[in-house]
Design a protein. Structure first.
Lengths: 289, 955
């Protein structure tokens, strides 16, 4: 189980990087999903372009309004940095769930998005928060919602994710992240649900976001129509059930040899209830003001 | 090629690599640091974990070119055999390793984790360890070692149950000493087969069929032969000239003789079947060339359902046979019809166990070296049975057995997968001879999971005739086993023992069993640790079903049917003799310790709150050791004898050997203890040499829980015999003072009995050895010089140990997750050589069984393609899922074996399949369903319960 031969370059800055990209190139970030594919010869790139020496891609800054994470920000930094946790705690929690320590030290946010696995944790949080990806190619720069990159063709040819901008939660905004992973050492998520919740001074729901991974071809957010119907109410248990039911209704899961579609849908509902309950517990009434 | 500079363990390296060279390969092959082990190469098993700038990384998921400027720590940097680090010492003290293959990755993971989390609770530690797979230990002693290293007390030791029959701590038999294997395994200085540095070696890679069943129409290897670094591409036709096929044709009634080619020439019979072998200068190039081989296939119908084969509706797997049914037997004892005629009720149960695979952390592999000048082959491979392996290998290469030497290096787990001369092994040996070059083969994980060997795809249907109060009057069973694509073992090998053991510890005199074994287009079967294991599940679950249908308590039904110690010896319906076992005592003692009544109250209270708690009990007798008489009476070819030698060199050094071969069980330690006990020296003063057929005497190897009793027992007998000679010489040397005295050897000193104890004679074993070799004229009249004894011993037909398992689970009906809350085992394994080793065997066996119940399974799609070719999809339990096992020992000696030993390493699997399944069924009883198909993975259990409304708790 050894990779087929490939070329290898390690550009040192973005200009070099976008200047060198050509057909048959595959970008190497943390390599935690790519290397198994190479070793098993499921992918045979002509050349690997290693991003790890590109200046600035690992830079991550977190402030009161947002986290601006370079594409090579490692899961471990997202999980452990106190400034990231203060700004986007739901992202930190999700990053703690990724793989194991030896995966988090290498795996990157940009890599996770580019890999676009429908069940992975971090793209789900990006969809939840409507995070924006900064992209760079020889044609120039553009910005797009991470959600757009989760579909086939989202990332253009020879285009590189350089950074991801995630808006900070508001003070007092509650959040929840729940995951059901497969048992054993692989620990890859089957389904994740993430939520945020803003309460008005009267304790009624003023803001609600929720996103699901592992239950459709791509991560999805609670549909806007469903959100509208859930605002203004008090977040009772019945209300939490309604949120979970809406999340499950929006699922479009598959059946494979490990789990049935019906199971995945039930898990969405189950984790949805839990994640909403977590958010409710953390939400401070009046934070919406 | 790229030049890279980095440091490892403080030492600088500058190497030139291809861009694709994995860091794991660079460390092992270019830096010579073979302590970093490769277990899966897809980032799941964690064996290759190293520290990069102090942070853990999977070295199989980094390219060597990415190592530039980094500082790595590998296991070789943690400590040396002479000076272990505190973490390594903790593993040594707690028996935190068995085969040691996963150990380096675990040590490095823990080193980093404990530095940052010295106060981590056990659950957090298990989480941190859950990215490192171990197949041997059940993780319990690994967790204990981590806790010890963190300076916190480990879990309480196992409790002793009943009369303490184990010898005191002053004798080496029964001493829980640390293992002597550990120092090399903990420091990366052990030598596994892939660690052998063989100058001039070339690498073999097998091209395998993607089809379940297909005719081979053409093999075009021209492009591959012309590829860079390729020495040749060979097919079944080549191997047919150089080797003999395997003939599986013992004269057993009901067994269909079969012939298996070395590599298939006309058709492939499962996805993973090898069709060609590429030999190249390295593994990378061999794989490159294999991609250029074009094989033409004409697909045939896959054969996946054993019932279809039984009914004669499936395609023929072996074209030379008339049917896919390769074994059929109908066994009957007593008057079954009469039992059913007077039954109050007939309770029917059915069972289906999925196909599993052994998944040792070290895959298969070998290095074959041909010495043309001496016309001699040396085979380095991790076989469990070096001598029978040598016999087979020599015959199939048409060599004299004297021309073949088998050397077993350190072995990373076997569990029954490393018992035969695999087709790949034979091919590699033949290639070494043809090419006159050393040839290496190391199976990768995908091959191991799809092509090595599989086990346990057995199903059973049972009818029990019972009285109103739950007594079993008669039992009828039908067993069906899916043997896979080829018979590498007699097809009755496993199923017959299932049938033999079905009556278990109960009074069932009237019993009948029909057995069928069929071929299919799946991975061929091999015995896997406790090949008979489903027998316990079948019988114990039938008892539970009887209780359920009659409205009785399952404990009560066991009470009514179970043999009491006073009824022993007892001959079962299948002709087995139970003696020196304590099934009822173990059962009662475990229930008393556990507080069974208290559980039922907790269960009831939990159900009212939506917590589904369940309890499973499994009683078992474990057949072990398997003497020659067993094989003859069971109609299975084989010998059960074992051989050992013990010698004392002129310096007084004691050396011993036996025919068994270890794959993590600590045989070097236990053989040393047995010899020390027999001879009267300290265990640490006995050197043990195993696994080299030029050194070890011809024995039957390690399988069937025989190594303690057959291997240890023979070593004990040989040592006792040698001791008699030592004492005879000592008596001669002591002259008049020795004539009347009662002499013994204690810690290597010759002692004399006095009224109030033992006193030294001034002579030591060392003095006697010098006389024996260098002053033969001072020996007793007629005695031959030297001090060496070699002997063989054939143990009783069977030794039985027994155990009761108790498992408490909580089931989450929504997610389908089963968490094992408590797991208790009361074990009577007779005289124990090393209790810590025995405990480790129980931990590991329990987890192997539980993993099969809850997570593992080989899956094929309808076309017969394997869907579980990686550790992503073939799920081994991690430290997070593994239970903590509480053990109660008792030690009723076997009256027929040396020292009273019994075998015990498989019973944990038998018990846990039964106990975990029963616990789940007890937990979900309010939903009105019973699980009878394994595995009970979370999605399957959840699907089963979905839409069912649990009955309200009664009372």
């Amino acid at each position: 189980m050894k990779p087929a031969p490939f070329g290898y370059v390690r550009p040192l800055d973005l200009e070099d990087l976008v200047g060198t990209l050509t057909d048959g190139d595959v970008l190497l970030a943390g390599g935690q999903s790519l290397l198994p594919e190479l070793n098993e010869r499921r992918r045979r790139p002509r050349r690997l372009v290693d991003l790890n020496a590109v200046a600035g891609l690992e830079h991550c800054e977190a402030g009161p309004d947002r986290v601006l994470a370079g594409a090579l920000t490692r899961h471990q930094d997202l999980a452990e940095r106190s400034d990231v946790r203060a700004a986007v705690p739901v992202l930190s929690r999700a990053a703690q769930h990724v793989g194991h320590a030896a995966v988090r030290t290498r795996g990157t946010l940009g890599g996770s998005i580019a890999n676009a696995d429908p069940a992975a944790e971090l793209p789900g949080v990006c969809v939840l928060l409507d995070a924006m990806a900064r992209l760079r190619s020889a044609a120039g720069e553009r910005t797009t919602a991470v959600a757009n990159l989760m579909r086939p063709g989202g990332l253009a040819e020879h285009e590189v994710i350089t950074a991801v901008e995630l808006p900070a939660l508001r003070p007092g905004e509650g959040w929840g992240f729940r995951e059901l992973s497969r048992p054993g050492a692989y620990a890859f998520p089957l389904v994740t649900v993430s939520t945020t919740l803003l309460l008005g001074a009267d304790g009624a729901v003023a803001g609600l976001r929720a996103a699901v991974t592992g239950a459709a071809a791509a991560p999805y957010a609670l549909p806007e129509g469903a959100v509208a119907g859930l605002l203004g109410a008090h977040p009772t248990d019945a209300w939490a059930d309604a949120v979970a039911d809406q999340l499950a209704a929006a699922a479009d899961p598959v059946t494979d040899h490990y789990a049935s579609a019906a199971y995945r849908r039930r898990v969405v509902r189950h984790l949805g209830r839990q994640a909403v309950a977590d958010a409710r517990q953390r939400a401070v009434p009046g934070a919406a003001a | 090629m790229t030049e890279v500079s980095f440091t490892v363990n403080g030492r600088p390296y500058r190497i030139t690599v291809e861009p694709r060279t994995l860091l794991s390969d660079a460390l092992r092959e270019r830096c010579g640091l073979t302590g970093t082990h490769v277990g899966c190469e897809h980032g799941v098993c964690g064996a290759c974990t190293v520290l990069a700038d102090g942070q853990p990384v999977r070295s199989c998921l980094m390219l060597a070119v990415q190592a530039e400027g980094r500082e790595f720590t590998t296991v070789e940097g943690l400590g040396t055999p002479g000076r272990l680090s505190a973490l390594q010492e903790a593993f040594h003290a707690e028996h935190g390793l068995q085969c040691g293959f996963c150990t380096p990755g675990i040590l490095l993971t823990l080193k980093e984790y404990l530095a940052g989390h010295p106060e981590a609770a056990e659950a957090e530690l298990r989480g941190a360890l859950s990215g490192n797979l171990c197949r041997c230990t059940g993780y319990q002693n690994i967790v204990n070692a981590a806790l010890r290293a963190a300076g916190r007390p480990a879990a309480e030791p196992a409790a002793s149950l009943g009369p303490e029959t184990r010898p005191g701590p002053e004798t080496p038999l029964g001493a829980a000493i640390p293992r002597r294997e550990d120092r090399r395994l903990l420091t990366g200085t052990a030598t596994f087969v892939d660690d052998l540095a063989v100058p001039g070696a070339v690498h073999a890679y097998f091209l395998r069929s993607p089809h379940a069943h297909a005719r081979i129409t053409a093999v075009d290897a021209d492009a591959a032969r012309a590829a860079d670094g390729v020495l040749g591409v060979f097919t079944g036709a080549d191997l047919a000239q150089w080797t003999l096929p395997a003939r599986m044709a013992p004269s057993i009634e009901g067994l269909v003789p079969q012939v298996v080619e070395t590599l298939p020439t006309t058709k492939v019979r499962f996805a993973g079947d090898p069709v060609a072998v590429v030999v190249a200068t390295d593994r990378y190039r061999a794989e490159d060339a294999a991609a250029l081989v074009h094989v033409g296939y004409e697909p045939l119908e896959p054969v996946l359902d054993p019932a279809e084969s039984l009914a004669g509706r499936a395609a023929l797997v072996d074209d030379s046979l008339e049917s896919n049914v390769v074994f059929r037997e109908h066994y009957s004892a007593g008057d079954v019809a009469a039992g059913f005629a007077r039954a109050h009720r007939v309770v029917r149960t059915r069972f289906s166990h999925q196909r599993m695979t052994h998944a040792p952390m070290e895959t298969r592999g070998c290095v074959a070296r041909w010495d043309a000048g001496r016309a001699a082959l040396t085979m380095h491979t991790g076989t469990q049975v070096p001598h029978p392996y040598r016999t087979q290998l020599a015959a199939r290469l048409r060599l004299g057995e004297d021309q073949v030497r088998v050397i077993v290096p350190d072995v990373g787990g076997a569990f029954g997968q490393k018992l035969v001369v695999h087709r790949e092994d034979l091919t590699v040996a033949a290639l070494a001879m043809r090419l006159n070059r050393p040839v290496c083969w190391r199976e990768d994980r995908a091959e191991n999971l799809t092509a090595a060997a599989a086990a346990r795809e057995d199903s059973a249907e049972v009818e029990a005739a019972v009285t109103e109060d739950g007594r079993i009057l008669a039992l009828r069973a039908r067993l069906l086993s899916d043997f896979g694509a080829y018979s590498f073992f007699p097809a009755n090998y496993m199923l017959r023992v299932v049938a033999m053991m079905l009556p278990n510890v109960y009074r069932i005199a009237d019993y009948t069993c029909e057995m069928d074994v069929v071929l299919s287009t799946k991975i061929p079967a091999a015995p896997m640790r406790a090949p008979m294991a489903i027998c316990t599940w079948v019988t114990e679950s039938t008892i539970d079903a009887i209780a359920r249908e009659l409205g009785l308590d399952p404990v009560e039904v066991r009470e009514r049917n179970m043999l009491r110690e006073s009824e022993l010896p007892y001959v079962t319906a299948t002709g087995e003799t139970y003696e020196d076992i304590t099934p009822y005592q173990s059962f009662r003692a475990l229930l008393d310790r556990y507080d069974y009544g208290g559980f039922r109250r907790r269960q009831c209270a939990g159900r009212a709150e939506g917590t589904y708690r369940g309890l499973g009990i499994a009683c078992l007798v474990e057949p072990s050791t398997y003497g020659s008489a067993f094989y003859r009476s069971a109609g299975i070819p084989g010998s059960g004898h074992e051989s050992a030698w013990v010698r004392i060199d002129p310096s007084g050094a004691v050396v011993a050997s036996a025919g068994i071969a270890a794959a993590g069980q600590g045989h070097e330690t236990t053989i040393a203890q047995a010899v020390a006990a027999g001879l009267g020296v300290k265990a640490e003063d006995v050197a043990v040499r195993l696994g080299d057929t030029e050194v070890a005497p011809y024995g039957m190897g390690t399988r069937g829980a025989r190594s303690g009793t057959a291997g240890g027992g023979t070593a004990l007998l040989a040592a006792q015999r040698l001791k008699a000679k030592v004492l005879a010489i000592a008596r001669e040397r002591l002259g008049a003072a020795g004539e009347e005295a009662e002499l013994d050897i204690r810690d290597g000193e010759i002692m004399r009995a006095k009224e109030d104890g033992w006193v030294g004679t001034g002579l030591s074993v060392q003095d006697v050895a010098r006389t024996a070799y260098l002053d033969p004229l001072s020996l007793p009249e007629g005695m031959e010089p030297g001090l060496a004894v070699q002997m063989a011993y054939d143990p009783p037909p069977m030794t039985y140990s027994n155990a009761t398992h108790l498992c408490e689970v909580v089931v989450d009906p929504v997610t389908g997750r089963v968490s094992i809350e408590r797991y208790l085992v009361a074990e009577d394994a007779g005289t124990v050589i090393n209790p810590k080793i025995v405990e480790g065997q129980i931990h590991g066996a329990v987890m192997l069984g539980a993993g099969g119940v809850l997570y593992e399974g080989i899956a094929y799609n309808p076309a017969g393609r394997n869907l579980t070719a990686s550790f992503r999809d073939y799920v081994l339990p991690s430290a997070r899922e593994a239970p903590t096992v509480e053990i109660l020992h008792s030690g009723t000696p076997n009256s027929r074996t040396p020292g009273g030993m019994k075998g015990m390493s498989e019973g944990g699997v038998m018990g846990s399949i039964a106990a975990v399944t029963a616990a789940v069924n007890d937990a979900i009883a309010p939903f009105g369903v019973v699980v009878s198909d394994l595995p009970i993975t979370p999605p399957r259990l959840s699907d089963l319960l979905a839409g069912r409304v649990p009955a309200a708790p009664a009372g």
